[in-house]
Design a protein around this ligand. Structure first.
Ligand SMILES: O=c1ccn([C@@H]2O[C@H](COP(=O)(O)OP(=O)(O)O[C@H]3O[C@H](CO)[C@@H](O)[C@H](O)[C@H]3O)[C@@H](O)[C@H]2O)c(=O)[nH]1
Length: 491
């Protein structure tokens, strides 16, 4: 007969997409390695084969976590309307809830807590049904959480002021933000479903027993203070805000299209802090025109680089395109003729995917041109690597604004050409700022990055604020909802 573990047990619920799965696995890893829990991770998938192959490349989690892929959800069977990504995720996750419920109902050792990511708040009802604690794991930062919690209160009738007259949105107690720097919920005003989905998420977050955020106290003190202040956030300030980051995995990176050793060996041969790493996260792509400008910008800067290249947006569905359409010197057809030959002493072009965490931790890396996905941002930050901010979608423009205007650890240019593309000279300028040791602005950015690295490491070290917050959650999960209620009654 199978032994039922006596260890405490929590369940994590991850919505589709590797950008969501990675931080959820990381959180699971912390519960196991630091707090000696059993962790079950339920993963919502749209395509089991893709999810399995992504997970297969990440073998180290297997001994630690019990990962359960829920039956795949076929979006096309649910709607034939084109939906915003957020609405797609809400719909897909909702469809998986009955499977999550059955899986939890049939567990011999029932978890004491359910921890969901941003799109999983509808699963709180299942946690209630089984008398489990329920936590939100907000995989980005406190500023975006503040925007999300504030969403139900934004007066849509005044939005013209913001959009047409560029008046910033004032989030109570927090830094203000221009509408164009927020998320598509605010900028695409005709999508009522998207707006309603986002507002509903904002409201449901308040039902959590705590919101775990992948940030730390000293990174966003003003925003965290506002989130806890009833004058700023009313009843939402009752929810416990628990910054537990930076949560960056001890796991190896998810695989690579090129042998990892080749890339790391190449890096071993480069001078300290001389290489710019260029990558747009798990799914970011650029237009053909933008790729051309980026290639010229990198080449003209004459700084070393590793560039994770994907086919242009126009061809992004065609993964094999990269392999097939190459010029004689190996330059993909969508990059300028002769690029690989001219830059062979300077750079490495890696198709599709690279072992990012190992790359960013390498001493030869001196900068990261990033789409500012929050995982990439944190991976850069804990290594003290300064950034070039190049946001593409989701909350990335907000992250980029924070990195440049509030934290001062990134260079950014908004000087687009008339065709909406960032030109090669602007790109070259940003690369020189961050990579050129004599550049005064770059010097400030680099020094600031080192400062933040120190605060990040302190926060997660034993005795640090994030360590304490996660320990508190672990303690609550050990006791469980029923035990906590009994304690409260006895107090
Ligand atoms: O070649 C690559 C590309 C990515 N990664 C890893 O993939 C993750 C990418 O995560 P992130 O940087 O957050 O980007 P996205 O995948 O775009 O993340 C989604 O989820 C994030 C967290 O919620 C949001 O901040 C983003 O806006 C959203 O697009 C990171 O751990 C990277 O190390 C690699 O290992 N190799």
């Amino acid at each position: 007969m199978a032994q039922v573990s006596t260890k405490p047990h929590v369940a994590l619920f991850a919505s589709p997409g590797i950008g969501h799965l990675i931080p959820v696995l990381q959180l699971g890893e912390r519960f196991v390695s630091r707090h000696n829990f059993v962790v079950t991770v339920f993963v919502v998938v749209t395509d089991a084969a893709t999810a399995e192959s992504q997970l297969k490349q990440q073998s180290s989690y297997k001994n630690l976590l019990n990962v359960v892929l829920l039956p795949p959800v076929d979006l096309t069977s649910l709607t034939n309307k084109p939906l915003a990504i957020l609405s797609q995720l809400v719909l897909i996750v909702r469809q998986s809830l009955p499977d999550l419920r059955s899986a939890i109902a049939s567990m011999k050792s029932r978890p004491t807590a359910l921890i969901v990511d941003l799109f999983g708040t509808e699963a709180f009802a299942i946690a209630d049904e089984f008398h489990m604690l329920k936590y939100e794991f907000f995989t980005t930062n406190a500023w975006f959480l503040a925007l999300t919690l504030y969403a139900p209160h934004v007066d849509r009738e005044h939005e013209d002021d913001h959009i047409l007259r560029h008046m910033p949105l004032h989030i109570p107690g927090c830094a203000s933000i221009l509408y164009e720097d927020t998320v598509d919920v605010y900028t695409d005003r005709n999508d009522k479903l998207l707006h309603d989905d986002y507002v509903r998420i904002g409201r449901r977050l308040a039902e959590a027993d705590g919101i775990l955020i992948n940030t730390w106290e000293s990174l966003e003190p003003k925003t965290l203070q506002a989130l806890r202040d009833p004058k700023a956030f009313g009843r939402f300030s009752q929810v416990r805000i628990l910054p537990i980051g930076p949560l960056v995995s001890g796991f190896q990176s998810f695989g690579s299209s090129q042998p990892k050793d080749d890339i790391l060996q190449w890096l071993d041969d480069q001078p300290t802090e001389s290489v710019l790493y260029v990558s747009f996260g798990s799914g970011g792509t650029l237009s053909a025109d933008q790729l051309t400008e980026l290639a010229w910008g990198l080449e003209q800067s004459q700084h070393r680089f590793i560039w994770v290249v994907r086919p242009p947006q126009e061809n992004s569905a065609c993964g094999a395109y990269f392999e097939q359409a190459k010029r004689a010197d190996g330059t993909p057809e969508y990059l300028p003729d002769g690029f690989v030959t001219r830059t062979q002493k300077l750079g490495l072009v890696v198709p599709m995917w690279a072992p990012q965490r190992e790359i960013l931790a390498h001493p030869s890396i001196g900068g990261f041109l990033s789409h500012c996905g929050w995982n990439s941002t944190l991976e850069s930050l804990i290594n003290g690597v300064p950034l070039i901010a190049w946001p593409l979608y989701a909350e990335q423009t907000m992250n980029a604004t924070m990195l440049t205007d509030q934290l001062g650890i990134a260079a950014r240019s908004r000087e687009l050409m008339p065709n909406g593309v960032l030109g090669r000279h602007e790109i070259e300028k940003m690369v020189r700022t961050v990579m050129n040791k004599e550049d005064a602005k770059g010097e400030t950015i680099r020094a600031r990055s080192q400062d933040l690295k120190r605060t990040a490491l302190l926060a997660v070290a034993e005795g640090g604020s994030s360590y304490a917050a996660l320990s508190q959650v672990a303690q609550e999960c050990k006791i469980g909802l029923v035990g906590l209620k009994q304690r409260a009654r006895g107090a």
